[in-house]
Structures are given as structure tokens and as C-alpha cells.
Design a protein around this ligand. Structure first.
Ligand code: TYC
Length: 121
């Protein structure tokens, strides 16, 4: 199991002192490191500007693949157009990579050079 997905199990009841001991209840200081929490790392999906992909197409991509409403999709597109890059969304790695692949597939179908990528949050 991935280290970030470990959590309490039926065999491992919740800890008390932060170190798996009764330290907290006995008024002692717990010195062991904190238990891992079930929060997988997140990744940004970055969109890159180019001179050829139509604005309406980018807005459509943000609506269809990143589930943005028309106003937010337009804002993100204009941010990328002006600044060169922008964040389309933040996801766990497998979802982020799937969305990048979907962007590239849609763009290639239409012959547009739109590119996107994944970055650690
Ligand atoms: N710069 C493009 C144009 O003027 C629009 C565009 C915006 C392209 C965002 C890519 O990620 C992008 N048609």
C-alpha cells in the first residue's frame, strides 16, 4: 500500500499520545514522529500558451476536461494567453496525467499545438 494512503485499520486502533502510546494520558511528552495521514500528494495541471490554438477551443477544453463553468474557463484561458501559463486544476497524479493526455488528444484531433503538463503542487 502507498505510504500516504495508510490509515487506521481494525488491527491498529487510533493512537493516543501521538506516538502510539498512552503518553498523552500519563502527562508525558510524546517524542515519536507524527503518524502518516491519508493525504496523497497533489499535482497541478498547467496549460501553456501558444499562438495558434483558438481561444474558444481552450475555453471548451477547460469546460469539458476540467469541469469549469464558462466564466472561470474564460478567465483561466485569458490568464494563460497573457502570462504564458496557468493552472487548469489540481489533482492526484493519476487523474492529472489522464487530463493532460485528454488535452493533448483533443488538441491533436483538431491539429492545434496546445500543450499541458503536470507539476507538483
Ligand atoms: N494565444 C492563443 C490565441 O491568441 C489563445 C490561447 C490561450 C492558446 C491559452 C493556448 O493555453 C492557451 N489564439
Amino acid at each position: 500500500m502507498a505510504k500516504w494512503s495508510m490509515g487506521p485499520t481494525p488491527e491498529e486502533p487510533p493512537r493516543r499520545g501521538g506516538d502510539g502510546s498512552d503518553a498523552g494520558r500519563r502527562g508525558e511528552t510524546a517524542t515519536q514522529t507524527r503518524r502518516r495521514v491519508a493525504r496523497p500528494p497533489r499535482f497541478k495541471v498547467v496549460l501553456f500558451n501558444d499562438d495558434y490554438t483558438p481561444m474558444e477551443f481552450v475555453v471548451g477544453v477547460l469546460e469539458r476536461i476540467f469541469n469549469k463553468g464558462p466564466a472561470e474557463a474564460t478567465q483561466i484561458m485569458l490568464h494563460v494567453h497573457k502570462n504564458g501559463t496557468g493552472i487548469a486544476g489540481v489533482y492526484v497524479l493519476e487523474v492529472a496525467e489522464t487530463k493532460v493526455a485528454a488535452v493533448h488528444r483533443l488538441a491533436e484531433e483538431r491539429g492545434y499545438p496546445l500543450r499541458s503538463g503536470v507539476e507538483p503542487e
